[in-house]
Design a protein around this ligand. Structure first.
Ligand code: ADP
Length: 371
């Protein structure tokens, strides 16, 4: 995913849609009300206060040190993703709106038969937008976003990982509505970790499944005692998970994801749209035909491969300058040309082979929903 080395992060509940035009009103809940860029300092103060407030009323059973560990990695700026930032993937967006966003915004409409699923798996080749989709869901559903990489739950905090899992779910309930996004879920729920693998990863897997079941039960309304309610709103916590290796997830865990959404490589028109967006604010001289050629030759590229290609090509005009770039005025930098893309295509190659792709297609046919 895009969150590279961040192990565990929380994104503030995105502010209401109109926030850029209207200053936040004072009755808004404190967790959701920042992020205009000029307010960076205020935001940091507010953030520190938020953390103190949450630490002061941690739900029972949540280890304070683990809670702090999760809360400390708060991502404030630059993390909002909106649907329109993501090229293509219309079926996935539609499924996520129906399964998560609308139920979070109108819980009254989604009960009984319409009770939403508590978990959704996004699977497909790397760099196709799974992390972006999860971020967009958090933004659009105005939820607190917990982004955890599964390998960090199993290895990083050796021995502490069960506590961390409990803290994660405890905080998610306390700060509901929440999305728990687990990247590389295969490493947490793989068939291997239930066997002779590390004791620690087996235990965090078990704890994860227990906590997740509790959510499901509470959401179904069967066992939501007064105590549970006081600890937060379990019915508005959802586990979203992503994997590039869906076949590694063991069968029992796989079945728990009622919804499994395939996130495929971008088709022709999606690549066209993405290249268009990437070039839209650039000084370039590619003709419509040039762009068609690029769309054609990038068959098999993922969204992230296409981004990498465009970034590399955009460096072309600067590379040609050599040291002169240090004193060349902005308006004398030449536009990006088709030839820049041609040279970049030598080094930027698709990350998934056609053979690799077939494996995803087969798994999708057997276990997934088409995206
Ligand atoms: P994944 O989680 O599937 O591995 P990401 O969502 O982290 O992939 O995408 C990595 C990067 O690739 C993004 O930050 C973005 O620059 C680009 N990208 C991937 N898919 C898309 C898409 N559908 N639309 C726009 N950009 C994309």
């Amino acid at each position: 995913g895009a969150n590279g080395n961040s192990n565990s992060t929380v994104q503030r509940k995105p502010p209401p849609a109109k926030r850029r035009e209207t200053p936040p009103s004072s009755d808004q809940e404190s967790w959701g009300r920042h992020s205009s860029e000029d307010d960076a300092d205020e935001d940091e103060d507010q953030e520190a206060q938020d953390i103190v407030a949450i630490m002061n009323k941690l739900p029972k059973g949540v280890d304070p040190q683990s809670a702090r560990q999760i809360l400390n990695d708060i991502v404030v700026r630059g993390d909002e993703v909106h649907w329109e930032d993501i090229a293509g993937l219309e079926p996935a967006k539609k499924a996520l709106k129906e399964a998560v966003v609308y139920p979070f915004l109108r819980p009254d409409l989604f009960s009984g038969l319409r009770e939403p699923a508590r978990g959704m798996l996004l699977f497909g080749p790397p760099g196709t937008g799974k992390t972006m989709l999860a971020r967009a869901v958090a933004t659009e559903s105005k939820s607190t976003f917990f982004s955890v990489s599964a390998s960090s739950l199993t290895s990083k905090w050796h021995g502490e990982s069960e506590k961390l899992v409990r803290a994660l779910f405890g905080l998610a309930k306390a700060l509901a509505p929440s999305i728990i996004f687990v990247d590389e879920i295969d490493s947490l729920l793989s068939a291997r970790s239930s066997g002779s693998e590390h004791e620690a990863s087996r235990r965090s897997k078990t704890e994860f499944l227990v906590q997740w079941s509790d959510l499901q039960r509470a959401a179904a309304g069967r066992e939501q005692s007064a105590r549970d309610k006081k600890e937060g709103d379990a019915s508005r916590v959802l586990v979203l998970a992503a994997t590039n290796m869906p076949w590694d997830i063991d069968e029992a865990a796989r079945r728990r994801f009622v919804r499994r959404q395939y996130i495929p490589l971008p088709e022709h028109h999606v690549r066209e749209q993405q290249l268009g967006t990437l070039l839209s604010h650039q000084h370039h001289e590619l003709s419509a035909e040039d762009i068609q050629v690029l769309v054609h030759v990038t068959e098999g590229f993922s969204g992230s491969d296409i981004t990498a290609l465009a970034k590399d090509a955009a460096m072309g005009p600067l590379r040609n300058l050599g040291e002169a770039l240090l004193h060349t005025p902005m308006d004398q930098i030449r536009p990006i040309k088709f030839q820049d893309f041609e040279s970049s295509l030598y080094s930027i190659r698709p990350s998934v082979s056609s053979e690799g792709l077939r494996k995803y297609e087969d798994w999708a046919k057997e276990f997934g929903e088409r995206g």
